[in-house]
Write a protein of this length. Structure first.
Length: 186
């Protein structure tokens, strides 16, 4: 008779953060389509159905607090439910310190954060023409991108600027450098 063993194993986490329009979702979708490992799992932060701004304020008090709570929920879910997965790749617009704090709280020690970034002119074009979301082209989004960039620089977190790189170049960088080193660190 076999006993059920509860695993304390946590998968590697690769968290891609960045402002709207920098390429996070496109990158994760490309990584998924080129994935050759049965042990990589791909998540999108916004797949939880982001509530309206009014509901966010009612439930959490602020957008920042909602983002923090939701980041903790995602990291807890990954830590508790993805035991047979080697690496979870997740993307979302998240303050980098929330990711670090949540990983620390849930005992996740093998994680990498990469800030996906691009020049404002490119981001603006992607939001207006590719995503059809011109309402996101505003000073708040520009300030958010600048905040994340400064936070990444301060924390010495890798930044991949997608402005002058092809999608394949970015995917290759992540696969060959980041994912390989995460798996080898086991």
């Amino acid at each position: 008779m076999q006993e059920k063993i509860i695993s304390l194993y946590h998968p590697n986490i690769l968290f891609l953060s960045g402002a709207s329009g920098v390429g996070k979702t496109t990158i994760v979708n490309a990584l998924r389509s080129q994935n050759t490992s049965a042990y990589h799992f791909f998540l999108h932060f916004d797949s939880i159905d982001v509530p309206s701004l009014t509901d966010i304020i009612e439930s959490a008090g602020s957008v920042e607090k909602w983002q923090e709570i939701t980041t903790y929920k995602w990291i807890e879910k990954i830590a508790n439910e993805y035991h047979i997965t080697d690496t979870v790749i997740i993307e979302g617009q998240v303050r980098l310190n929330f990711i670090e704090d949540a990983c620390r709280k849930f005992g996740v020690t093998r994680y990498t954060i990469i800030l996906i970034d691009c020049d404002w002119k490119i981001m603006r074009d992607r939001l207006i023409n590719n995503r059809q979301q011109p309402e996101l082209v505003n000073s708040n989004m520009q300030n958010w991108a600048n905040f994340l960039r400064q936070q990444a620089q301060f924390k010495n977190i890798s930044i991949i600027n997608t402005s002058q790189k092809t999608l394949q170049e970015v995917v290759d960088m992540i696969q060959n450098q980041v994912l390989t080193s995460l798996v080898e660190a086991r």
